[in-house]
Design a protein around this ligand. Sequence first.
Ligand SMILES: Nc1ncnc2c1ncn2[C@@H]1O[C@H](COP(=O)(O)OP(=O)(O)O)[C@@H](O)[C@H]1O
Ligand SMILES: [Mg+2]
Length: 459
Amino acid sequence: MLCAFIVIGVVPLSFFTMVILNTYEEKAINNRIAEMQSQGNMLANLLLPTGYLTTGGIAEIDIAVSRIAELYQGRILIVNKNLNIIKDTYALEDGRYLVSEEVIQSFNGNNISIADRENRNIKLTYPILDNSTKEIRGVIVMNGSTKDIYSVRNSIEQRAVLFALTLAILIMVFAIIFSGKLTKPLTSVVNFIDRLSEGYLEDGFTIKGYNEIEKISDSFNHMIVKMRKLENSRQEFVSNVSHELKTPITSIKVLADSLLMQEDTPVELYREFLTDITEEIERENKIITDLLSLVKLDKTAGDMNIATININDLLEQILKRLGPIAKKQNIELIYESFRPVLADVDEVKLSLAISNLIENAIKYNTEDGWVRVSLNADHKYFFIKVADSGIGIPEDAQDFIFERFYRVDKARSRESGGTGLGLAITKNVIQMHRGAIRVYSKEGEGTTFNVRIPLNYIS
Ligand SMILES: Nc1ncnc2c1ncn2[C@@H]1O[C@H](COP(=O)(O)OP(=O)(O)O)[C@@H](O)[C@H]1O
Ligand SMILES: [Mg+2]
């Protein structure tokens, strides 16, 4: 991370500095060349009207030439038509010949400038053009130092390096401080998760840090509350299961024991007790079947057996199957369909869910009551309504009826073969179809369950 910071911070800075320095150097040298050329031009204009190029030796001009040479900390040579050096500000080569490529080129009218980076100077040859005759009467050779430009460049560079170094150190310091600040709360998150996986659900969790990290701690606490609830309901479920499974067995044991204890028991009593025992066995069997289907629903939440089913047919089948039970209690079964409905559902599971609702409506009904099942749909959902004229569910119990093993009236439920698992199964199935179930009930008046399920299965 430290390296990344430095690369991100310092590398672009160095690159940027290089670009700026090179641009500065190029601009400054070009400016200097332009300046020197205009001085050359001025000098040429000064020379032309005089006889300097043939005779030389004009004091004012000598002074002007020397001043320009001084200005650029360099040397000026003036060469006449015969390639004779008539002026050298260094006074070393007066009178000699100067034959160089640049000078020849300048006699051909070219204006030549060469910037020598290594020796830090600029070499310029400037033709002295007589405009009236279009004749080149001589060449000015100027040498100027660019040391000043490079010294400015160097001092900028030094400052940039200093700046980059300071920045690198600052970044490093920040990185160390920040990585510490960042990792510290994260370490406590990790420790906390370790404790969680070891099963310590009881302690909450707070960390101080940045907003995001505090959010993590909030969601953790949220999760723990949920996990605790889940753990509690799991424990409750286990104890309920054992209790429910034990009850019939206890009854069977009591019945069997009392038969064994009596001597010369009449056959009729045997029959009666054995009938009771059979009933208890059936009850045990029913509880186990319901439990198994609930567990299976939980386990196979992923694999739904979805097919397009005619819901009208499905409801009619269920009602046909439950008809005899309703008839026994003289309860009228009414079926109402507002439209044909085709939907993508798991037929077996949905059938179980709706059967449970209708069975309840029959079971918790009054003599000569009615049960009305209706089906409707819109473009997105289908709706099944199961209404009855039964005993109703007390308001304070309505929140719990979908919980496993919950029964408003244990005795009544038991009498009619209930296990308290029916609505839990129903709700589970409906949720697996991404649907919803609602109950409306008034004690003594009746109950209505409304089910809503999407027509197209959402996986
Ligand atoms: N249509 C209904 N009318 C009145 N009470 C009902 C109705 N449906 C369910 N209940 C109440 O909800 C409880 C839970 O129902 P359920 O899970 O199917 O268990 P059970 O095996 O007892 O039928 C029932 O014991 C009963 O008290
Ligand atoms: Mg039931």
